[in-house]
Write a new protein. Structure first.
Length: 95
């Protein structure tokens, strides 16, 4: 559970921001631990740079990159999930 302390100078928005920062830090710590232990890995694509001209003559440049977290043993997990589904079907047929 996450909590934040109230004092007279805090607004509801300040309290919410504080609570969200605490939650974000907690999640980052948990993800860091999982990555450091090799349980999940970070997959990234190459950055893509896009440039185009705006109607007013200026240019807009953007950069994007896809990032996702995946289990290190993804294929093994998917194989187990398929096996479990197969076993569920077999059990249902036996009933």
């Amino acid at each position: 559970m996450f909590e934040t302390t109230v004092n007279h100078s805090h607004t509801a928005r300040d309290m919410m921001d504080d609570l969200l920062k605490k939650q974000e830090q907690y999640l980052l710590d948990q993800l860091s631990e999982l990555v450091n232990r090799g349980i999940i890995v970070i997959e990234r694509t190459q950055p893509v740079l896009t440039s185009y001209e705006l109607p007013n003559g200026n240019r807009k440049i953007t950069m994007g990159q896809a990032v996702r977290l995946v289990p290190k043993e993804k294929e093994y997990i998917e194989k187990l999930e398929r096996r479990i589904e197969s076993l569920k079907q077999t059990i249902a047929e036996l009933k």
